[in-house]
Write a protein that binds this ligand. Structure first.
Ligand code: SAH
Length: 274
């Protein structure tokens, strides 16, 4: 199978399937896929030996790889060449009170698409449910990252009580506290004022924060209460709206439509990432 046809230089010649892998990526590197991904490639997408897919690991950019073979519960690939260099990703965290199944899955998926670097479930006094299936959320976030052409996957941080997350807070990171009542700065104004700082948003549970919690949060030096307009949004809507505002005003949407690193032929020598 020819690997260096003229169509390789066309952006559409890149493989349609994109998978996240853990291990290192470099030309000639052998990559093994886990059971789930092997099954997906072979039985869902009906790919075969010799077919090309794209792989990324969050560190080394995106690469084209060819399927060497399948076995029971595994698939092996060989990396052909790099399609896109790794680029810096926005430093944006989302802290949110866990929601019921369905909605919480959507939060992981959409926050990943919207470029969050860390998704962090935090338990507040009125949080219901009290448990989180982190593996399922991580799978949703990774699948969204594969589909939306991110070069990183968001970190799914271990769920903790909100006060513990706040106690260890890094002082340089601004925490935009989404406040549907009480004093708050309009979100656009607040984001613009802190555009150069690493950032995080905190969204409360469907029942809202309780009064003691509100007082404690508002008194923290790194907290900026922000408003998302006059309507009370559901928690998931508030999270997506907040992330979108930040990306548009301070994140990688601000760079315009060509912000994604371009695809290149995997036959060209890989340029070093800086
Ligand atoms: N306090 C309400 C609803 C909470 S809405 C109640 O009593 O039921 C869930 C979360 O979404 C809130 O804690 C807040 O973080 C966020 N939110 C919803 N609407 C908002 C708005 N207009 N501005 C800022 N944050 C909002």
């Amino acid at each position: 199978m020819s690997e260096s046809t003229a169509t390789d230089h066309h952006p559409d010649a890149r493989p349609k399937i994109r998978l996240y892998v853990d291990g290192p990526l470099a030309t000639g590197q052998a990559v093994g896929l886990d059971h789930e991904r092997a099954h997906y490639l072979r039985h869902v997408m009906r790919r075969d030996r010799g077919d090309a897919i794209a792989v990324f690991n969050g560190r080394d950019g995106e690469w084209r790889a060819t399927i060497d073979g399948f076995g029971k519960g595994w698939c092996s690939l060989t990396v052909d060449g790099r399609l896109r260099a790794q680029t810096a990703a926005p430093d944006l965290w989302l802290l949110f009170a866990p929601l019921k199944r369905g909605r919480i899955d959507t939060v992981a998926e959409k926050a990943s698409e919207l470029g969050a670097s860390r998704i962090w479930p935090v338990f507040t006094r009125r949080t219901d449910p009290h448990r989180v299936n982190l593996d399922r959320l991580r799978a949703n976030a990774v699948e969204a990252a594969e589909q939306c052409e991110r070069l990183t996957v968001p970190e799914l941080a271990e769920p903790v009580p909100l006060d513990r997350a706040l106690a260890g807070w890094p002082a340089d990171r601004v925490l935009f506290f989404c406040a549907e009542s009480g004093s708050a700065i309009p979100v656009a104004e607040a984001v613009r004022a802190h555009a150069t700082r690493p950032a995080a948003f905190l969204v409360g549970p469907e029942g809202g924060f309780d009064t003691r919690e509100l007082d404690a949060i508002r008194n923290l030096p790194f907290v900026v209460p922000v408003g998302l307009g006059p309507r009370i949004l559901r928690a998931d809507t508030a999270a997506f709206a907040a992330l979108a505002c930040w990306q548009a005003l301070a994140g990688d949407w601000a760079a315009g439509g060509d912000a994604r690193p371009p695809y290149r032929s995997p036959d060209a020598p890989a340029t070093p990432t800086s």
